[in-house]
Design a protein around this ligand. Structure first.
Ligand code: AGP
Length: 611
């Protein structure tokens, strides 16, 4: 995924674009660049983060129009040549692009046969030269050339183009990748999400797939690739600038870990009746017949969202008694899944832009399933494609490692399980109200867990920061939490870690256990407690270092484990909301001690918008 920013208006585009790129850096940070026009078409671009670009951009530059890009490399290494913006061969057009052109090779060959020479390895440079080629041969405007060129493109794109021959116009287009237009007074902003322009305007136009906009300083026209004129709908953003800034926290990730009590309250807001006897989820309540009748629910997602889906399997099967299958979206996509109009498919995605999940959504829709989205970003592609679903309302998550989005996704899945259980009467009224009441106040226990485990996880981080491997174990609903804990450590500290069902350890991974191998075991599950104790003893019998997460009232594990992390006891089905917290903090502190960039870990991006 990459970040794009563009500006056309009365102010100086250059500082607006560069600070906008800083806000989008979570989308990719391999290289950054800017193009602007002041009599000439100028490009400045550098491998590295936006701060490298800023260092190479003189403060006295001025232009009313410009485009900027921060890159997560897909085609071609993160280098100056492959950085965006890319120029057409005649150096009159400059383009930035978020997405992937799947048929760029065949187009490139055609252009090369017509004498085009390429400087980079990117698909984007192919696109801008195709547009130049069409524009010249057909003797048409840039807007029309973009329409014609995009009709030949297979893939996803959010693009912005400036033209030296028509320096007052910006042409933008979208398909499969997000592109928003901020509407100001005599100025327009274009970006991948609202953060680059939220401080200037809350009026926004969400460009739809296959739409192209021509933007001058005080006017905008939107047409489809087939030239149908579109009415512009201006919507109001609810996002606040403070939500996308770090505040008093040293990193976004730490801020978002500590925002979880508030985020869960936002997720629950208006969705639990005061008497705890009813949960209200509009998307589900509009499809009760489908949820009552379905023979199976399939959950599709990637990464942390897939882990939330695994928790959802335990929740929906345990509370609502409906069979659930959880699939990696990328696997679901290519195995011709047995899905029909009798199925419900739930797609979970924080960003709502993950290409694997978006493509799997479209496949499930094509097969006739009811596709239900659980997203955090309002108006995101998956939210729009599914059309029915539930927003997590966790607030913007800037840190690349998902934290509050995981616990808010689990919270929505708990509400869905309870809602279906109410419909199908699969649990007693007393069980229902007991879980719902505990859920309503779970934020207090999350806050308690944050307060009580912060220091301890910092101390443990000092002890284990140089470990080469970690093992995370859990049983039942704690197994997906073990997977999530391992992923957190991997992606921000670069230490290898694996999550396993606790009982599975003796079927192979136990061979890894020695005095240098720390294992984290989640032992809060009363129903399997004796078995977890046995697993803990198996580890100690092989001199493994053992960190156990237990409930406050635990009296046995401290005789076995090297370290005990105590967390408040809660309803079995709600325990992932608590046990995840110390795992997030431990990963965070280890990564910080190792000098890693926790908000922008190497090689990663906040959402992967390429399959
Ligand atoms: C998790 O910390 C990672 N950021 C990554 O695994 C992420 O969960 C995955 O890419 C899915 O993203 P999504 O929820 O935005 O679809």
């Amino acid at each position: 995924m990459c970040g794009i920013v563009a500006y056309n208006g009365d102010e100086n585009a250059i500082p607006i674009i560069i600070s906008g790129l800083k806000r989008l850096e979570y989308r990719g940070y391999d290289s950054a660049g800017i193009a602007y026009i002041n009599n000439k078409l100028n490009v400045i671009k550098k491998a590295g983060k936006v701060k490298e670009l800023k260092k190479n951009t003189p403060d006295n530059l001025f232009s009313n129009i410009g485009i900027g890009h921060t890159r997560w490399a897909t085609h071609g290494s993160p280098s100056n040549e492959n950085a965006h913006p890319h120029l057409s061969m005649d150096k009159k057009l400059a383009i930035i692009h978020n997405g992937i052109i799947e048929n760029y090779n065949v187009i490139k060959e055609g252009l090369q046969n017509r004498g085009y020479i390429f400087k980079s390895e990117t698909d984007t440079e192919v696109l801008i030269n195709l547009i130049e080629d069409v524009k010249k041969n057909e003797k048409i405007s840039l807007f029309k050339a973009v329409q014609l060129a995009l009709s030949q493109i297979v893939g996803a794109y959010a693009i912005a183009i400036i033209n030296l021959e028509d320096p007052d116009k910006l042409v933008v287009a979208k398909k499969g990748s997000p592109l928003l237009i901020g509407v100001g007074e005599n100025e327009f902003f274009v970006a991948s999400d609202p953060s680059p322009f939220i401080e200037y305007t809350k009026d926004v136009i969400y460009l739809n797939d296959n739409e192209i906009a021509e933007i001058s300083r005080n006017n905008l026209e939107i047409r489809t690739i087939s030239n149908e004129l579109k009415t512009t709908y201006i919507e109001k953003l609810t996002l606040e600038l403070s939500q996308i800034e770090k505040g008093n926290f040293e990193t976004f990730m730490l801020k978002e870990i500590y925002e979880q009590p508030k985020a869960i309250l936002e997720t629950l807001r208006g969705r639990i009746s005061p008497d705890f006897n009813f949960v209200k989820i509009r998307g589900l309540n509009e499809n009760t017949e489908a949820f009552k009748a379905t023979h199976k629910i399939t959950i599709i997602a990637c990464g942390t969202s897939w882990h939330a889906g695994l928790v959802g399997e335990y929740l929906i099967e345990g509370i609502a008694k409906i069979p659930v299958e959880v699939e990696y979206a990328s696997e679901f996509l290519y195995r011709d899944p047995l899905i029909s109009n009798k199925d419900i498919v739930i797609a979970i995605s924080q960003s709502g832009e993950t290409a694997d999940t978006l493509s799997a959504v479209n496949l499930a829709k094509k097969k006739g399933a009811l596709v239900y989205g659980i997203c955090n970003v309002v108006g995101s592609s998956i939210a729009r494609e599914t059309g029915v679903g539930t927003y997590t309302h966790a607030g913007p998550e800037i840190g690349v490692a998902s934290t509050k989005s995981f616990t808010s996704q689990v919270t929505v899945l708990i509400l869905i399980a309870l809602s279906i259980a109410k419909l199908k009467k699969t649990i007693s009224e007393s069980e229902f109200t007991s879980i719902t009441k505990e859920l309503f106040s779970i934020s207090n226990k999350i806050q308690l867990t944050l307060d009580n485990t912060s220091k301890q996880t910092q101390q443990l981080a000092k002890l284990y920061q140089d470990s080469k491997n970690f093992l995370y174990l859990g049983r039942g609903i704690s197994f997906p939490v073990a997977l999530e804990g391992a992923l957190k450590l991997k992606e921000i500290s670069y230490i290898h870690a694996e999550g396993y069902p606790a009982a599975e350890m003796k079927h192979g991974p136990i061979a890894l256990i020695d005095k240098d191998m720390p294992t984290i075991i989640i032992a809060t599950n009363k129903s399997k407690y004796e078995k977890i104790l046995a697993n803990a003893q198996e580890i100690k019998a092989r001199s493994g270092k053992l960190i156990a997460i237990v409930t406050d009232d635990d009296i046995n594990m401290n005789k076995i484990a090297d370290h005990i992390i105590k967390v408040p006891a809660t309803e079995h089905f709600l325990s992932p909301l608590i046990t995840t917290i110390p795992l997030q903090l431990l990963s965070y502190h280890i990564a910080k001690l190792r000098g890693c960039d926790v908000d922008q870990p190497r090689n990663l991006a906040k959402a992967v918008t390429v399959e």
